[in-house]
Structure formats: structure tokens, C-alpha cells
Design a protein around this ligand. Structure first.
Ligand code: FAD
Length: 466
């Protein structure tokens, strides 16, 4: 046996949940140890949010270089050096992950490399290739994230890939089949379609995102993907894959017929499973669902009072900002603060063409809960900046409570929806009404004006729409 090292708070996993929790706990005066078996930054920084957005913006640059003829711009011989694209993507990732290391060190968080395994409710064993060390902790925060689900008929190989593989392909595929039209499938499909790949998305349900976004939003994304040459097959059942030397043959069933399709790669994005197995959690008695999701209270505490869980391993959307938010709550709760989770203001974004974003209630959710609402919409086609950007697809939709105009939700499909949703999240958090938004002077000409205009629609007196 080794001599155990004692710490106040032990954080397992250094993704956007864990590293944020560690920093906040250290800021609040705790001695903090963070254990990471892979790279600092977790999925998000290394193989998720950041590299996918880098590829998406590179794809956009290429696509707009090719298709700006309506603005009088004609480019010839535009080429992509995909190795350079990948190098640039990696440089973005490296800047951020080394930034995380600097932040942890600057906050005096001890960084331990290795795989953690719970021995009991106050003890963890960390193993790396050639050593093992035991840590004793007062409190632990589990932030071990998730991994792509593998379906038995599509075992991962060099050609049957998951999101991680799709982010580091050696070349732009000529043809790519994507199984699963969820957020990750659509984002990566959009990136490659912009690079010129013939993309086919096989989605099991009736529409992309399996109904998670309103039809009016989803259909704009679907239409634009088709414009880029992508094929979207809904109600499709992927059956199997045969691998060839230089590609794959995928079989699926749609409309009662079996279809085969050849491609260079098949990308499987059918969901992510929480990393809660093989870490000793059963022997400590941490309760979870049969899918491995850990149940928590409103301070991110598991059924074991000194063990907390955050991020992709707990219920709710698998989003980086949700993980970070929960990380702060858990660290503050451990430090004796009265922090509590409130999920209403957590936005969700798809980096598609155009972007989709939602925060708070949708119209349907409000109606399902019996809340009487006034719903107001304003189209980007009537926004000067959107026209000047040649980017007029989409709209803003405000959901306000009928009795008092309180903003309780918003959805945006359109240019920069990912950034614009922040104002509406703030409106919800601050308890603002449609009148507050309408009275806020927005600079002209900006995309953000559309929020003010939608609020004026809610109040019944819009200026720029009849
Ligand atoms: P993770 O980021 O998964 O980190 C967990 C860490 O724990 C990992 O580093 C892992 O190595 C480590 N670990 C696991 N087990 C152990 C162990 N036993 N011992 C030691 N270490 C361990 N979300 C967004 O909000 N916006 C986006 O645009 C977005 N894009 C995405 C794109 C892709 C392609 C993917 C795959 C995901 C994307 N996500 C996005 C989701 C986002 O990445 C996750 O929600 C987020 O990373 C979850 O954070 P986490 O801290 O819970 O876990």
C-alpha cells in the first residue's frame, strides 16, 4: 500500500464540468485535486464543441468563397488544404487546453494524471501506466462525461467512425453517410457538405433532431442542407455495413424498401452514454438509472451526501455550459453556499445553416403546462443587417406570459442565433417583460434589433412589419 494523499475536494474528470468545478472550489478556499485520464478540457475542448466549430467555420469560409456570386464576387480555383485545416483546428484546441492547465495551476488546483476508481465514499485510487496512488477526500465531484454509443451492427473501425473520428479525417470524403440526424450529425454533416462532400443523413424519426426543435426551425435547416446537395432520409432504419478496402456499403430500410449506399465513411451519431461504469460507483452505492445516468438533488448531490455529480452523467441536455453551470453549483454547495440549480435559462444551440437556438419555454411546452402565452415572431427577411449580410433565412420567436408579458422563452433560427440567444437568456434570468425588451434601444443596423422588434410584435405595435 501507498500512503494516501489527503485533499478537501476531489474532482474526477477535467471537462467543462470538472475543471470549472475545481477552479470554483479552489476560489472558495478548498484544497482541490483534479484527476484526468485523458486531456484537460474533456470532450468539449478536445473532440467536441471546439474542434467541431473550427471545422464548421472553415467549411463556411470555403462555401462562401465559392458562392458569393449574388454579391458580384466570383472566385476561381478555390482549394482546400485539409491537412492545414486540421492543423489550424488543432492549434485552436491546444491554445484552449493549455489555457485550462494554466487556470488550474493559477488557482492552485493539483492536477493528477490517471484513471480514478472509487474504493469507498472517501477514497479513490488513481492508476496510470506504471503507478497507483490513493487519495482521501472530504467531498468528490464526479464529472466523467460521456462517450459515443456503439451499435452492434456498426462497430467502430477506420471507416465506421464516431464524432471523434469525423473531426480528424485525413481527407475530405467524397461521400459520407451519417446515421443519426441529431445535433452532432447535423453539425458535422453541414461542415462536410460545405467542403463539398456528398452527405446522406439517415434519421430514424420523422425529422432532424427527432422533434427537439420546432418544425418551422428544423425545416429551414433541412432545406439548406438539401441546397448544399445533402440527402436526408427520414424514418430510415440503418441495418448494417460492409467494409471495403476504400470505403463502406451501408444498408438501410426506408419506406418498406431495403437500400444500399456506398460511401467513403459512415459516421454513427446516435447518442452518448454516460461514463459511470467501471469506476467503482456501484460498490460505493451511488444510485443511477439502468442507462447509467446518476440522479442528483438540486445542489448536484448524489444519494451519497459527500459525492456530487455534474455534466453529461446527470439528467438533462448533454451540453458543455450545463456541465460548467452545475460545476459551479456543486463547488458552491460543498463550500456551504445555498446555490441551487435552475435550468430554465440554459440555452441550447445547433451550429447548423442557419443556426438554431432556444432558451426557456417553447410555445408547446408552455401550453402543455397550462401557461397562457402571447407568442410573437419577427423574420430576419425584414431586418436590414440580415439583408446586408445576404443571410435572411429564419426568425425570432418570443414566448411571453399573457398575464404580465414576462419573457419565459425564445427560439431563434437564423444568422448568429447562437450569440443572439444570450440576450433572451438574460431577459429570462432578469425577469424582464416584452416591454423591457421593446424599450431597450438596439443599435442599427444589427441582427439584435430583431429581438426588440419581436417584443414590439408581442405588444401589438411593431414598426417594421404589418
Ligand atoms: P467531458 O467533457 O466528457 O469530460 C469528462 C472527462 O472525464 C474526460 O476528459 C475523461 O477523460 C475524464 N474521465 C472519465 N472517466 C475518468 C476516470 N475514471 N478517471 C479520470 N478521468 C476520467 N456541447 C455544447 O454545449 N456546445 C457544443 O457546441 C457542443 N458540441 C459538441 C460536438 C461534439 C462532436 C460532441 C461529441 C459534443 C459536443 N457538445 C457540445 C457536448 C459537450 O462536449 C459535452 O456536453 C461536455 O463535454 C460535457 O462535459 P463534462 O465535463 O460532463 O464531460
Amino acid at each position: 500500500g501507498d500512503f494516501p494523499i489527503e485533499t478537501d475536494t476531489l474532482v474526477l474528470g477535467a471537462g467543462p464540468g470538472g475543471y470549472v468545478a475545481a477552479i470554483r472550489a479552489a476560489q472558495l478556499g478548498q484544497k482541490v485535486t483534479i484527476v484526468e485520464k485523458g486531456n484537460l478540457g474533456g470532450v468539449c475542448l478536445n473532440v467536441g464543441c471546439i474542434p467541431s466549430k473550427a471545422l464548421i467555420s472553415a467549411g463556411h469560409r470555403y462555401e462562401t468563397a465559392l458562392h458569393s456570386e449574388s454579391l458580384g464576387i466570383k472566385a476561381e480555383n478555390v482549394t482546400v488544404d485539409f491537412t492545414k485545416v486540421q492543423e489550424w483546428k488543432s492549434s485552436v484546441v491546444n491554445k484552449l487546453t493549455s489555457g485550462v492547465e494554466g487556470l488550474l495551476k493559477g488557482n492552485k488546483v493539483e492536477i493528477v494524471r490517471g484513471e480514478g476508481y472509487f474504493v469507498d465514499a472517501n477514497t479513490i485510487r488513481v492508476m496510470d501506466d506504471n503507478s497507483a496512488q490513493t487519495y482521501k477526500f472530504k467531498n468528490a465531484i464526479i464529472a466523467t462525461g460521456s462517450r459515443p454509443i456503439e451499435i452492434p451492427t456498426f462497430k467502430y473501425t477506420n471507416r465506421v467512425i464516431n464524432s471523434t473520428g469525423a473531426l480528424s479525417l485525413p481527407e475530405i470524403p467524397k461521400k459520407l453517410v451519417i446515421i443519426g440526424g441529431g445535433v452532432i450529425g447535423v453539425e458535422l454533416g453541414t461542415a462536410y457538405a460545405n467542403f463539398g462532400t456528398e452527405v446522406t443523413i439517415l434519421e430514424g424519426s420523422e425529422e432532424l433532431f427527432a422533434g427537439a426543435f420546432e418544425k418551422q426551425m428544423t425545416s429551414i435547416v433541412q432545406r439548406n442542407l438539401k441546397k448544399k446537395g445533402a440527402e436526408i432520409v427520414t424514418k430510415a432504419l440503418a441495418k448494417g455495413v460492409v467494409e471495403k478496402e476504400d470505403g463502406v456499403v451501408v444498408t438501410y430500410e426506408a419506406k418498406g424498401e431495403e437500400v444500399t449506399i456506398e460511401a467513403d465513411y459512415v459516421l454513427v451519431t446516435v447518442g452518448r452514454r454516460p461514463n459511470t461504469d467501471e469506476m467503482g460507483l456501484e460498490q460505493v452505492g451511488v444510485q443511477m438509472t439502468d442507462r447509467g445516468v446518476i440522479n442528483i438533488d438540486n445542489q448536484c448531490r448524489t444519494n451519497i451526501p459527500n459525492i456530487y455529480a455534474i455534466g453529461d452523467i446527470v439528467p438533462g441536455p448533454q451540453l458543455a455550459h450545463k456541465a460548467s453551470y452545475e460545476g459551479k453549483i456543486a463547488a458552491e454547495a460543498i463550500s456551504g453556499h445555498n446555490a441551487q440549480i435552475d435550468y430554465l435559462g440554459i440555452p441550447a444551440v445547433v451550429f447548423s445553416d442557419p443556426e438554431l437556438a432556444t432558451v426557456g419555454y417553447t410555445e408547446k411546452q408552455a401550453k402543455d403546462e397550462g401557461i397562457a402565452v402571447v407568442v410573437a415572431k419577427f423574420p430576419f427577411a425584414a431586418n436590414g443587417r440580415a439583408l446586408a449580410l445576404d443571410s435572411t433565412d429564419g426568425f425570432v420567436k418570443l414566448v411571453t406570459r399573457k398575464e404580465d408579458g414576462l419573457v419565459i422563452g425564445a427560439q431563434i433560427a437564423g444568422p448568429s442565433a447562437s450569440d443572439m440567444i444570450a440576450e433572451l437568456g438574460l431577459a429570462i434570468e432578469a425577469g424582464m417583460t416584452a416591454e423591457d425588451l421593446a424599450l431597450t434601444i438596439h443599435a442599427h443596423p444589427t441582427l439584435g434589433e430583431i429581438t426588440m422588434e419581436a417584443a414590439e410584435v408581442a405588444l401589438g405595435s411593431p414598426i417594421h412589419i404589418i
